[in-house]
Ligand binder design. Structure first.
Ligand code: BGC
Length: 415
């Protein structure tokens, strides 16, 4: 269990990625700090303290309303929710799910999107502090720019939950996310199994790689998870990176932008594949970048299809591409569950309840709690799942998407 824990909770951060690439040994010294582990949940005593967390004993939808109400009884309970951008599809869903959780429990919410502009996000959070929020939920654009506003949160005794993206700052009490390294591994393992690389003899598959935003700690984790699985096949030449671009810095995509991913893909296609060289795989860290790749391929690729393309999130356009055999898979992360866990952690913080392993058993959500002896903040990490054309219906079955008569899924979350 402990061994597992160390592997899984290893946060590959911007600050330590370079070191990791030189030496993939998982050095304990590379663990990132994001919060004060000693922080007492009772630190913020502005809300009522009579909530018994054990009362809310199921996931979001069935959460006991009485328990939720008691958390919000204190009329000053106001939650600031800072999301990066509405341009990236998933955050619209995150914002909607988070608001739904807090509002249905009687909390007031302030929800902002910061146009992927780190400076604007700091201002938005500062405005939330000025509006006297009691707790902050932040999906950081670039956590290195947030130190001053997080210091201000600390001074004002406002607890912070790092949502989805790690924030390396002591003001952060908890991190709620998915097992992001596992997401990358799932993409890598999908490729190895799909192409049966283990049994490949002389076969060579041509591959290109697109990773995420270097300002986002998750991007390095996704990349490293996948590369750790694929590296042996790259070393033995079964996977051949035609462009030679393998380093994170070379394959990263600022702001996870579809446009950036598309324009880099167009350059690679015209430089290395214009003569009809076959492309077999494009490892893509997420759906917004995968969309850029498929658009570039549609515009100018001379070889034959289909190409194995990975993704992550379950964005509508990508789910359509999966149905149409244009993208092969995506790693789906149940954002509604992520919002539930976040809400429950926030509720525990505000009421002095337990935000630890014991919270998970009452959730009915697959999630691990990790609290290392290093200076990493306690984390709740949910489990992602693989979606392909064969199990698209599973998404509709979650109730988070609806399946149209045309066979395409659309998100049921209001935007
Ligand atoms: C999230 C991904 C998302 C990406 C771009 C990452 O931090 O974990 O789910 O695709 O940001 O929005």
């Amino acid at each position: 269990m402990k061994k597992n824990f160390i592997m899984k909770s290893f946060f590959i951060t911007k600050k330590n990625l370079a070191g990791i690439l030189l030496c993939t040994a998982l050095a304990a010294s590379a663990l990132a700090g994001c919060g004060d582990r000693e922080k007492d949940n009772t630190q913020n005593d502005t809300s009522s303290d009579d909530t018994d967390n054990t009362q809310s004993d199921t996931s979001s939808d069935d959460t006991d309303n009485d328990a939720q109400d008691s958390a919000a009884d204190d009329e000053s309970s106001k939650i600031g929710i800072s999301m990066p951008s509405q341009a990236l599809e998933r955050w619209n869903r995150d914002g909607a799910y988070l608001e739904e959780q807090f509002k249905k429990a009687g909390f007031e919410t302030i929800l902002t999107y910061s146009d992927d502009d780190a400076k604007k996000q700091a201002e938005d959070i500062q405005n939330m502090l000025s509006a006297d929020v009691d707790l902050l939920v932040i999906a950081a654009i670039d956590d290195s720019t947030l130190d001053p506003v997080l210091d201000a949160a600390s001074l004002a005794d406002v607890p912070v939950i790092a949502y989805d993206r790690l924030i390396e700052n002591e003001a952060v009490s908890y991190y709620v996310s998915f097992d992001n390294y596992a997401v990358g591994r799932m993409q890598g393992e999908f490729i190895t199994e799909y192409l049966d690389l283990e049994n490949a003899s002389d076969e060579v598959y041509n591959m290109e790689i697109t990773a995420g935003d270097p300002a986002d700690h998750n991007a390095a984790q996704y990349y490293q998870g996948a590369i750790d699985v694929l590296q042996p096949y790259m070393d033995r030449g079964t996977l051949n990176i035609v462009s030679g671009q393998t380093d994170f810095d070379n394959v990263a995509t600022p702001a996870w932008s579809t446009k950036h991913a598309q324009s880099r893909a167009q350059n690679l296609l015209s430089s290395y594949y214009a003569d009809g060289t076959q492309l077999d795989v494009w490892l893509c860290s997420n759906d917004s970048t995968a969309l850029g790749i498929t658009q570039a391929l549609a515009a100018g690729y001379a070889g034959s299809n289909p190409i194995l393309i990975t993704g992550q999130d379950g964005d509508e356009a990508n789910l359509k591409n999966i149905a149409d055999d244009i993208q092969t898979m995506t790693v789906f992360k149940n954002l509604s569950d992520e919002a539930v866990v976040t809400f429950r952690v926030a509720e525990a913080i505000l009421t002095g309840g337990a935000a630890d392993e014991s919270l998970i058993s009452s959730l009915g959500i697959k999630c691990t709690y990790e609290d290392s002896e290093e200076n990493t903040c306690p984390s709740f990490l949910l489990e992602p799942v693989i979606i392909t054309k064969d199990n698209l219906q599973d998404l509709a079955d979650t109730g988070l998407y609806t399946m149209g008569d045309d066979g395409y899924l659309s998100s049921a979350a209001k935007r």
